[in-house]
Design a protein around this ligand. Structure first.
Ligand code: DX5
Ligand code: ZN
Length: 237
């Protein structure tokens, strides 16, 4: 799908997080969630330093790239982040999201991501106020609002982020910036964040539960349930 600003709208996009996939089957898992209706594939990179967990780096991202037809949405939970941006761009990331807490020069980081030809995202941890990104809005294509503390799948949604999403939605005005929410998204929590202004929903455990590469129908059922719950809230909002 296109990520051009001209094609931008606020329909609900579902981005399954492959953190909850079978890591021995990553390519097949990406194909399976796309076949079952995913809009983007969310790729969580953790360094065991910025977050207390370790996943994989650019070489693995590069290997899964040919298995993604939609959008490779790379969420970097690493510090420092600047030295590795080029590797992820070369690995084929469409969107690269860096944490505002990961380094002192977020403006430079966002400029670098765009200069590498990728869409630029910034992530905010649950405790980080929206004002942290007030002066970089024009360098952004996506704001990722963490609704859990980053590091693990399967954690409980933190409701205090809902008013922060609403504040960010007001701050961006007419800018073609996606508001993404990541952590604890289910058919129960999706309406809360969409009503507040989110349009891109990351979900790991709520997409992958009950299915497998050999039997992926549950992925489709799960994706549809989250999308329908979110879209119903968008129409009401
Ligand atoms: C957490 C990751 C998330 C995580 C979401 O640090 O950034 O993308 O996989 O998992 P669930 O949907 O299970 O909370
Ligand atoms: Zn993530």
């Amino acid at each position: 799908m296109s990520l051009d600003a001209a094609d931008f709208d606020r329909r609900v996009l579902i981005a399954p997080s492959i953190l909850s996939a079978d890591f021995a089957e990553l390519g097949a898992e990406c194909r399976a969630v796309e076949d079952q209706g995913a809009d983007w594939v969310h790729v969580d990179v953790m360094d065991g330093h910025f977050v207390p967990n370790l996943t994989f780096g650019a070489p693995v991202a590069k290997c899964i790239r040919p298995h993604i037809r939609t959008v490779m949405d790379v969420h970097l939970m690493i510090a420092p982040v600047d030295p590795l941006l080029e590797d992820f761009a070369k690995a084929g990331a469409d969107i690269i999201t860096a944490h505002v807490e990961a380094g002192p020069h977020i403006d430079r980081t966002l400029q670098s991501i765009r200069a590498l030809g990728c869409k630029a995202g910034v992530a905010l941890n649950p405790g980080t106020p929206p004002e942290a990104i007030e002066y970089v809005l024009d360098r952004l294509d996506l704001i990722l609002v963490m609704s859990v503390n980053p590091g693990f799948g399967g954690q409980s949604f933190i409701p205090a982020v809902v008013p922060k999403i609403a504040t960010l939605r007001r701050m961006i005005g007419d800018r073609p910036i996606h508001i993404q929410v990541d952590g604890g998204i289910t058919p129960e929590t999706a309406p809360l964040v969409v009503a507040a202004g989110a349009n891109s929903l990351v979900a790991g455990s709520a997409v992958f539960r009950g299915g497998s590469v050999a039997d992926p129908a549950a992925y489709g059922t799960n994706i549809r349930a989250i999308r329908e719950a979110g879209e119903a809230a968008r129409v009401r909002a």
